[in-house]
Design a binder for this molecule. Structure first.
Ligand code: GLN
Length: 478
């Protein structure tokens, strides 16, 4: 069977009798088994996916199939899928099963997507390399000695290695975009609030957003179209109408594009990544777009602000894992305090514990103003400056990450180095604006380079159309 890069191709082959959903699922299941060493899936829903495939084949035959019929998708282990295990790649949620579907998952099912399995990720989505999962590292399919990025590492590798057509993950500070960049696929984080977070395990609630990993822009658009929109289960989800994103993918407009000079002048930015992104910038200028360097003075404050605020929110959100209500509970306890302490010490991994401690510290009475309040103010400045730039420019372009996929173990001893991997992705998260990573080239080691585009809130149609345009142009010029 051929390898598919979009639902459109799959649907065309289904229509002319070349393939069925059942055959597709069988093929993906074979691929998953053959590439088991990648460790992309924590659980594969073999029987269920096959049964779903049969049901969708029937619907396709009688003309009642939904928009996502033929799409075989994996879900990151932070999204609730009723009756299935949900662990955020953590021991603390051992034996926990979802009692309901996340709204996003429900909407996928309503449109006949086939869910093939639950994907590995960093524990509680905290990480940039998938090395903090309680269930082992995920390997980058391009080079097994390298990380896939994180936290949605399993989701990105699954798409990279053709273990499913698409994945749905979460992006708090880059967790969809950065692994997509490391794995040579597309990763999109919509505007904060565009998608309901009901049923998404909370990490940092004022940042968390569901996103997609795909091989085509059209699939990302289709998924967004299906999943976005108001939800009575999440009052923070935007009430705005959902445009038909997948019908809005062409644009012949000449845009005004800013590239953040400070990002490109930054020490630590890999020169091959820099050259690739600047090459695309020149290509856009040659094609008649207006491209200008812009100043963004807050680059050095981005990572500290992000980590103060997200650890603060995480320390509060993760308070619920206490061994009393659900998941893991330590055996050797003497009283309630020791139950809490032992359960949390044994159930959470090191990175999660570090963040809970950091978050508790920045929220403590003596330091609250010095850290938390101050970081809130800096976030406001970053947001205002980003919005101001996005009033003057249709898009900002920058690298998704300062390097290509790094070696497994390279950053584990130095959390600060790991946090700096997020330097270019956290801006969109702090500002709440939509952003996407698209693959624009490879370095001398054959590792993928991602270009990031940011735009104004709720301007996903333009973001998707322009991404499509750039990818087409790169293919034509290659
Ligand atoms: N690497 C970032 C962090 O560890 C981003 C994680 C995410 O987006 N979930 O917080």
């Amino acid at each position: 069977m051929r390898q598919y890069n979009s639902l459109r191709d799959i649907r065309a082959d289904i229509a002319n009798g070349q393939v069925s959903c059942k055959q597709l699922v069988e093929q993906y299941l074979r691929n998953i088994k053959e590439r088991a060493e990648l460790n992309a899936f924590l659980e594969v829903f073999e029987e269920e996916a096959l049964a779903q495939a049969d049901a969708v084949d029937q619907k396709l035959a009688n003309g009642t199939a939904g928009k996502l019929a033929g799409m075989v998708i994996g879900i990151k282990d932070v999204l609730a899928y009723k009756g299935h295990s949900l662990q955020a790649s953590s021991q603390i949620l051992n034996n926990f099963k979802s009692l309901y579907n996340a709204s996003a998952v429900q909407r996928l099912l309503d449109e006949d997507a086939i869910i093939i399995g639950r994907q590995n990720c960093d524990e509680f989505a905290m990480g940039a390399s998938n090395e903090s999962s309680a269930f082992g590292n995920v390997l980058n399919a391009d080079d097994h000695t390298r990380v896939p990025g994180g936290s949605s590492g399993g989701s990105a590798v699954a798409v990279q290695a053709d273990l499913c057509l698409a994945s749905i993950g979460s992006d708090t500070g880059g967790s969809v975009r950065q692994p997509a960049a490391f794995c040579g696929v597309i990763g999109m984080k919509p505007t904060y609030s565009r998608i309901s977070r009901f049923g998404l395990i909370a990490y940092a609630s004022s940042f968390d957003q569901i996103g997609f990993i795909t091989k085509s822009v059209e699939d990302a658009a289709l998924l967004l179209e299906v999943v976005a929109g108001k939800d009575e289960m999440d009052s923070t989800a935007s009430q705005r109408e959902v445009p038909p994103y997948s019908q809005l993918l062409t644009s012949d407009k000449k845009y005004k594009i800013g590239y953040i000079r400070d990002c490109f002048e930054r020490e630590g930015l890999d020169t091959e990544v820099k050259d690739a992104i600047l090459g695309v910038k020149d290509m856009l200028r040659d094609a008649g777009h207006e491209v200008e360097a812009v100043e963004f003075p807050y680059l050095d404050y981005m990572v500290p602000t992000y980590y103060i605020l997200t650890t603060a929110e995480a320390s509060s959100n993760l308070g619920r894992y206490d061994g009393v209500r659900y998941g893991y509970r330590s055996d050797n306890v003497t009283d309630l305090t020791s139950l809490y302490k032992k359960t949390r010490a044994e159930g959470f991994g090191h990175e999660v514990q570090r963040r809970i401690m950091l978050g508790t510290f920045v929220l403590s009475a003596d330091y609250y103003d010095a850290y938390y309040t101050k970081a809130q103010k800096v976030r406001r400045l970053i947001k205002e400056k980003t919005d101001e730039l996005l009033q003057a420019y249709d898009f900002l372009i920058l690298p998704t990450a300062p390097s290509t996929a790094f070696k497994i173990g390279e950053n584990t001893a130095n959390p600060l180095a790991m946090y700096l991997a997020d330097i270019f992705t956290v801006q969109a998260s702090l500002a709440g604006v939509p952003a996407i990573s698209i693959p624009v080239g490879r370095d001398a080691n054959g590792l993928s380079i991602g270009l990031q585009l940011m735009t104004r809130s709720f301007e996903e149609p333009a973001l998707l159309a322009f991404s499509n345009y750039i990818l087409d142009k790169i293919t034509v010029e290659a």
